[in-house]
Design a protein around this ligand. Structure first.
Ligand SMILES: Nc1ncnc2c1ncn2[C@@H]1O[C@H](COP(=O)(O)OP(=O)(O)OP(=O)(O)O)[C@@H](O)[C@H]1O
Length: 306
């Protein structure tokens, strides 16, 4: 059987009295980009810090390529590159000096440092800034330096905590592109609280809410998982709420102002046709009809119930 790149078993962590994560289990067996999705305070950073061996869990185990992180942290960490939420950059060093320093932290032999630094800079598109002080780089380029330090020792597994946080839209696109490139050769886990970030970058989702794993699957499975349950309709003839409640299967009708209404169904997927048919039959003068996309909050609420 294929050995898991990462195995998380019954992982729980408590800061003083409060549990931050509770009994999290998952395995990563395939290469690709995994999005650890969750709202603020859900437990993403706690999980990542434990996976990378910078925080010791209260309960449970982490295996990196079969190596128990708690028992053999040095061996396990050789396979991991980590970009924490606050990148450990040194503004007074040049890009090259900093990456040399990171190479020594990673035990890269002296005769291999030049090659490792050159390769990481090239991979991350920062070679032209090798002599620039890190504090004089833009946020997007500082993040590239952060990613370069995470891959300097060529790990099989890279963990990026909110890698696009605080960047402007162009920088976000560039950093996402870089993440996709580095993921061609390794497994990447990134955390975010933004659903569209996962949909734009990731192949798989692990979703944490209130410290619990509530979803594990592919991005398309996730998109199909939450069945839209509401339809927004614009009807120029302005029927009454009582009239709209006669639409087959409708659970609830909300008036949104003007000619707009929100209709709730158990499954709105096949409701569009019903609404179109009935409004034509009754002369409601249909002017617009759309399925309402679930917000991340609504998805969290739905998943937490399952
Ligand atoms: N050092 C700490 N001491 C006490 N509580 C903490 C500590 N770090 C995190 N917590 C708490 O643990 C819970 C999980 O936090 P964590 O930072 O893992 O969440 P997160 O999903 O990464 O959120 P964010 O996106 O805001 O960083 C939160 O309730 C948080 O307040």
């Amino acid at each position: 059987m294929e050995e898991a790149i990462v195995k998380v078993e019954h992982l729980s962590h408590r800061y003083s009295v409060q549990w931050a994560i509770r009994d999290i289990n998952f395995e990563i067996t395939k290469n690709g980009i995994y999005g650890l999705l969750g709202s603020n305070g859900a437990g993403k950073s706690t999980t990542m810090n434990i996976m990378c061996g910078v925080l010791k869990q209260t309960e449970g185990s982490i295996y990196i390529k079969g190596i128990n992180m708690r028992e053999h942290p040095i061996e396990a960490k050789r396979h991991i590159g980590f970009l924490p939420q606050h990148p450990p950059l040194h503004g007074d060093l040049t890009v090259e000096e900093y990456l040399k320093f990171c190479s020594s932290l990673r035990d890269i032999p002296d005769n291999k440092v030049k090659e490792a630094v050159g390769k990481a800079m090239e991979r991350c598109g920062i070679t032209h800034f090798r002599k620039r002080l890190i504090r004089n780089l833009s946020g997007g380029y500082q993040q590239r330096v952060g990613i370069a330090q995470a891959i300097i020792h060529e790990p099989a597994f890279v963990v990026l905590d909110e890698p696009t946080n605080g960047l402007d839209p162009n920088q976000i696109i560039e950093v996402r592109h870089l993440i996709k490139e580095i993921a061609q050769e390794r497994t990447v886990v990134l955390s975010t609280h933004i659903l569209s970030e996962v949909q734009a970058t990731c192949d798989y989702i692990r979703m944490i809410e209130q410290g619990k794993l509530v979803f594990a699957g592919t991005v398309s499975e996730f998109d199909n998982y939450i069945v839209p349950s509401t339809v927004v309709v614009s009807l120029i003839a302005h029927p009454t709420v009582e009239e709209l409640q006669t639409v087959p299967d409708v659970l609830k009708v909300e008036e949104l102002g003007g000619t707009n209404y929100r209709l709730h169904f158990p499954d709105a997927q096949d409701a569009l046709e019903k609404v179109a048919e009935i409004s034509a039959a009754r002369g409601w003068r249909l002017n617009g009809l759309s399925l309402e996309k679930s917000s991340l909050d609504a998805i969290f609420a739905e998943l937490s119930k399952k």
